[in-house]
Design a protein around this ligand. Structure first.
Ligand code: APR
Ligand code: PHB
Length: 394
């Protein structure tokens, strides 16, 4: 079988790329190791920047997002027991974010792919990428006990952090930068109304907490926990009790609790691969970089990688120029490092690090006090939160 672009991975990166390429008349096939149900079962963040909203619209999958997504023009920072609103909209000249779960984005992309009759090979085993240092790369996989080979012009490695594409690159051609944080996030999803109409990011002496949401009747909450904690240690009651202790009195009174419908512990990591292109193989999304979830940049970065990649491929096929392909890594990495820096900074500001004593808690509170009371401080956080523009000029 032959296609122009073989996409490995049917997460948000692979599906969005598939949709944008289809709109541009470029032929692509997606190869995914899991089932569609498994892909949809993963619960992840749900805050979309304007550039991501625009891309989903461009891909023709924005209808339900605009109907059901919640537009947020601000969020609260809670420290020393008091909440302070960051007026993102006012501080950024009218920019907002959209609260719409990644699961829903994935579902909309899957539905659009199916409606367009585009090919996704799910449950593909032993996927391998071959000859990407040449102009005849190939993807091989096993499905239903049979060997398959796809010949293509390009391979898009959209196969996440544990995928096969990055690990197929010779060690001498790739550099990896990594920081693993000494705690995780325990997340709970519940069909209860959110405690507040906007998000609350809480720095407390007991550790970080986040009050997020998926709709007006579905909440998503997180607690910073030691990496050694297990789900068995966290009954629903224990979760709600600890969350209350990390909130301010008003939020504590408003908190509506109920049974969890999903509960998981996720580690926090900063990770970047340089470069992101190796001959005919491109890495995009979590395959190339991971941010800690503080600030919800993961999906947004994945979407902008895909935008740059799609533009490069369109230029290649339509304008017969290689320029976008040659610039891909550099364009992506500039934006990635800025978001990595913000996510690392925001993580450091909000969490309790085991190695830090009470003086660092005081430093964090003083920095938060400065940020919320200084217009330029608040604007800096607002600008980063709503997302930096796609291009920064020269
Ligand atoms: N072969 C085929 N598919 C694979 C392989 C493989 N060897 N390895 C992994 N995959 C699939 C996974 O099953 C998954 O469906 O690749 C997909 C990668 O999807 P994601 O991990 O969701 O990564 P991405 O699409 O880049 O999405 C980035 O996810 O983790 C969040 O914060 C992140 O929101 C961001 C988004
Ligand atoms: C979420 O809703 O899951 C979420 C929101 C904001 C974050 C991280 C996660 O910073």
């Amino acid at each position: 079988m032959r296609t122009q672009v073989a996409i490995i991975g049917a997460g948000p990166s692979g599906l969005l790329l598939g949709q944008l390429l289809h709109k541009a008349g470029i032929d692509a096939v997606i190869i995914e190791r899991q089932t569609p149900e498994y892909v949809l079962g993963r619960i992840r963040a749900g805050v979309l920047e304007q550039v991501c909203i625009d891309l989903l619209d461009e891909a023709g999958v924005g209808k339900r997002m605009h109907q059901e997504g919640l537009v947020h023009g601000g969020f609260d920072l809670l420290f020393k027991g008091s909440r302070h609103r960051i007026d993102m909209n006012g501080l950024t000249g009218g920019k907002n974010v959209m609260v719409y779960g990644q699961t829903e984005v994935t579902r909309d992309l899957m539905d659009a792919r199916q409606a367009a009759g585009l090919i996704t090979h799910y449950e593909a085993l032993d996927v391998s990428v071959q000859d990407f240092d040449s102009q005849q790369p190939k993807v091989r996989y096993v499905k239903d006990g049979k060997n398959h080979e796809i010949q293509c012009d390009f391979i898009a490695g959209c196969d996440g952090f544990h995928g096969v594409c990055r690990s197929s690159v010779p060690a001498g051609s790739i550099q990896e930068f990594e920081k693993v944080y000494p705690f995780g996030w325990l997340g709970v999803l519940s069909d209860t109304p959110p405690v507040h109409h906007e998000l609350i990011y809480a720095n407390s002496q007991r550790g970080f907490a986040l009050c997020s949401q998926r709709s007006t009747s579905r909440s998503r909450y997180y607690l910073q926990v030691p990496l050694t904690d297990t789900l068995a240690q966290w009954s629903d009651a224990a979760f709600w009790d600890e969350l209350r202790l990390r909130l301010d009195p008003q939020a504590r009174d408003h908190l509506v609790t109920g049974p969890s419908i999903e509960k998981s512990i996720a580690p926090l990591r900063s990770f970047v691969t340089e470069p992101m292109r190796f001959g005919s193989l491109f890495l995009a999304g979590d395959a190339a970089h991971i941010v800690p979830p503080t600030g919800a940049k993961g999906l947004n970065l994945a979407a902008t990688d895909v935008k740059y990649l799609c533009s490069a491929l369109i230029e290649f096929y339509q304008d017969k120029t290689q320029a976008g392909i040659d610039n891909y890594s550099q364009r992506c990495l500039r934006r990635i490092w800025r978001a990595e820096r913000f996510s690392w900074w925001f993580t450091n500001l909000m969490h309790k690090f085991p190695e830090n004593g009470p003086i660092v808690q005081k430093f964090q509170e003083a920095e938060l006090d400065y940020l919320v009371h200084s217009e330029s401080g608040a604007r800096t956080i607002a600008e980063n939160y709503v997302g930096l523009p796609l291009d920064f000029g020269a």
